[in-house]
Design a protein around this ligand. Structure first.
Ligand code: NAD
Length: 513
């Protein structure tokens, strides 16, 4: 691992100037068209994960603030005009928003890098992806969504899709703006109104997004952004009887709690949860491609990716050679400040996440696995002040180890050897999760055989990680319920209404006169 120390360049925090603040400098949240402090004046410190320094304070929303946002959304939905706005008009506004994201992308990506630490080359990509997500759903808003059915005469039956209503949306910190786009774009395109709760660790770009919504001309109440904690803002959204749908992305335990709360009024629910995804490499794979993607699969965004290739399921036929090359490449990864163009991997998002990853590394060692490389904080200020962990590889694992079974959500790869295809699949599917997975092989028939037997919602052949706004995203098993993105993601924000028309208007004659 090669390290790059953070530089104290002033440009680091310049992008904060785009946020709306009060006289004390607190970043305000956006509720029902108003910029506001928390009802009790509470704030939360934002920490730069590369330096451990405070960069801003953000209003810490309360239950009361959340209820106000929900009431505003309720009014915006029930009294309109958003749900009745013609699809073409909704599309135009969403397209305008996409253009505004593009116009501010450079500064937005700097703000994202400041708040979550990931290198600029990643956040620049995320900003473009977020804009394109709004653009994709702007296009989809005006496309046909209904169906007609051939039923016995004299009826004609058809189906229309209608918005669900007020959507509570709760997102994590690993792709702050992109996760907001994945939630807001399909919901708004379908005519819903939204109250979005960003992660309490990374709300800054969502607050800027609220400004862009305002600038694009979205009416008050159509989108509110309430910043604050999960047990307050998040739980209020999940519990409120005035919320019709809850869409959650985060960990399994929080997802379970959201699901329980949503039962109160039988909310529509979609959950995008964790993963422990297998990346299966057969001996006949293109060697350098497979090594390269194994690195990309686990170390992109410092492993803080729900679909990360966290388990390398490796053919014994190439085990030593592959591992040697993987370790050699891992040691060359440049870890450091996301603002430095040299940096390839940034810090973990927060101290608590660094502590969590370190506790897994200790557990792996205690359970008898071997650290092939990494396993510690980098030396110097990077490790002392920032929340960095070296890219790490564990070998000599067994399937019962916590590092193999549980989601670590950090730059930690576990290697699991196999002898034949059947064993590779058994290892790959031996997980309570089923989010993603990949296979690397030059045998096309085997690639398809293996992928079809993988119990996962997002899969790749001879690649890892590509994600498209056009294609559905979501997991099997405990990785979630429902799908985001693509037409499936749009459908999750609609109610289906069956309409039956009698084409021969005359009495049915079921009862005698
Ligand atoms: P988390 O579950 O701790 O928090 C997610 C969100 O839920 C945050 O906004 C948090 O404030 C909120 N929250 C916390 N307690 C709550 C409660 N009681 N009620 C309502 N909301 C509550 O997850 P995290 O640490 O922010 O994110 C990491 C997790 O997210 C990982 O498990 C990762 O796999 C998952 N994730 C999944 C996907 C996917 O598409 N499947 C994408 C990104 C992240």
């Amino acid at each position: 691992m090669i390290s790059v120390q953070p530089k104290a360049h002033a440009a680091r925090t310049e992008a904060l100037s785009h946020l709306i603040r009060d006289a004390d400098g607190t970043c305000l949240m956006y509720i029902d068209g108003q910029w506001c402090t928390a009802s009790d004046g509470g704030t939360r410190a934002m920490i730069d994960p590369s330096t451990g320094l405070e960069i801003a304070r953000v209003a810490e929303g309360t239950v009361q603030d959340t209820e106000r946002a929900i009431a505003g959304a309720r009014r915006a939905f029930d009294e309109g005009p958003w749900p009745q706005t013609p699809a073409l008009e909704r599309a135009k506004l969403l397209g305008k928003l996409a253009d505004l994201i593009d116009a501010n992308a450079v500064e937005l990506s700097r703000l994202e890098t400041l708040s979550c630490g990931k290198p600029l080359r990643e956040t620049e990509y995320d900003m473009a992806d977020a804009a394109n997500c709004f653009r994709y759903y702007a296009g989809l808003a005006t496309k046909p969504h209904g169906e007609t059915f051939e039923v016995p005469a004299p009826s004609q039956t058809f189906v229309v899709r209608e918005p669900i209503g007020v959507c509570g949306q709760i997102i994590p910190w690993n792709y702050p703006l992109l996760m907001a786009a994945w939630k807001l774009a399909p919901a708004l395109a379908a005519g819903n109104v939204c109250v979005l709760k960003p992660s309490e660790l990374t709300p800054l770009t969502a607050l800027w997004l609220a400004r862009l919504f305002e600038e694009a001309g979205f009416a008050p109440g159509v989108v509110s952004i309430v910043t604050g904690g999960g047990p307050t803002v998040g739980a209020t959204l999940a519990e409120s009887p005035l919320v019709d749908k809850i869409a959650f992305t985060g960990s399994v335990p929080t997802g379970q709690s959201v699901m329980r709360a949503a039962a109160s009024n039988i909310k529509k629910i979609s959950l995008e949860l964790g993963g422990k995804s297998p990346n299966i490499v057969f001996a006949d794979a293109d060697f350098e491609t497979a090594v390269d993607y194994a690195l990309y699969g686990i170390y992109a965004n410092a492993g803080q990716v729900c679909s990360a290739g966290a388990r390398l399921v490796l053919d014994r036929g190439i085990y030593e050679k592959f591992l040697d090359r993987l370790v050699e490449r891992t040691k060359k990864i440049v870890v450091g400040d996301g603002f430095d163009p040299e940096t390839e991997m940034g810090p973990l998002v927060a101290e608590r996440q660094r502590d969590r990853v370190e506790s897994y590394i200790r557990a792996g060692v205690e359970e008898g696995a071997t650290i092939a490389t990494g396993g510690a904080r980098p030396a110097g200020p990077l490790g002392e002040r920032g929340f960095f962990i070296e890219p790490t590889i564990f070998t000599n694992t067994n399937p019962s180890m916590r590092i193999v079974r549980e989601e670590i959500f950090g730059p930690v790869l576990v290697v699991q050897p196999f002898s034949d295809e059947a064993e590779a699949l058994k290892i790959a599917n031996d997980s309570p999760y089923g989010l993603a997975g990949a296979v690397f092989t030059s045998d096309a028939a085997r690639a398809h055989r293996v992928i079809r037997k993988l119990r996962a919602g997002i899969t790749w052949i001879n690649t890892y990680h590509p994600t498209y706004n056009e294609a559905p995203w979501g997991g099997y098993k405990q990785s979630g319920i429902g799908r985001e993105l693509g037409t499936h993601g749009f459908d999750e924000y609609t109610e289906v209404k069956q309409i039956n028309v009698n084409l021969a208007v005359e009495p049915v004659g079921w009862f005698k006169e």
